[in-house]
Ligand binder design. Structure first.
Ligand SMILES: Nc1nc2c([nH]c(=O)n2[C@@H]2O[C@H](COP(=O)(O)OP(=O)(O)OP(=O)(O)O)[C@@H](O)[C@H]2O)c(=O)[nH]1
Ligand SMILES: [Mg+2]
Length: 133
């Protein structure tokens, strides 16, 4: 396996109803068919916040206006290492849309564990479930 770590900006977008935006990875992608928090790779020379804003706009039509860092997770899949740089998006403009044809949903926090996510997401899910009132 390559020692290169893929740096990924990941957004936990919460709407005013307290629901969280998840989308489904396409079958052909890494960790295909699993659910994810929208986001994508940080490009060379790009800040994580810029990557977060760019990916959420490109994938979900969400314009980030307020965000804060939540956690950073390093995870090694059998074929790939990732650094998930996870941000909570607390304010945004735009209606969510699956601009890449992906399935997506707003889900109540307590229901997040009903959706299969990649193994690297486990610490994110634990934090979000612990945060609920
Ligand atoms: N976006 C996103 N990626 C995740 C999550 N969890 C996780 O392990 N990943 C991994 O992070 C890596 C990068 O994500 P990505 O495929 O969204 O990257 P991208 O949008 O730039 O896609 P592209 O390479 O098709 O242009 C993938 O290997 C993916 O499996 C998650 O919750 N959200
Ligand atoms: Mg992506």
């Amino acid at each position: 396996m390559s020692t290169k770590v893929v740096h990924v900006a990941v957004g936990v977008v919460e709407n005013p109803a307290g629901e969280i935006l998840i989308s489904r990875r396409a079958a052909h992608q890494h960790q295909g068919n699993l659910w994810e928090f929208p986001g994508g790779k940080v490009e060379a020379g790009e800040s994580v916040q810029h990557a977060l804003a760019r990916e959420l706009l490109e994938e979900m039509n969400i314009e980030v206006t307020e965000c804060a860092p939540l956690t950073v997770i390093e995870h090694a899949y059998p074929d790939k290492r990732v650094r998930l740089d996870v941000w909570q998006v607390t304010a945004f403009n735009g209606q969510a849309k699956g601009l890449e044809g992906q399935e997506w949903l707003w889900v109540a926090r307590r229901e997040l564990d009903a959706y299969p996510f990649p193994a690297g997401n486990v610490p994110i899910l634990e934090r979000l479930l612990a945060q609920q009132p």
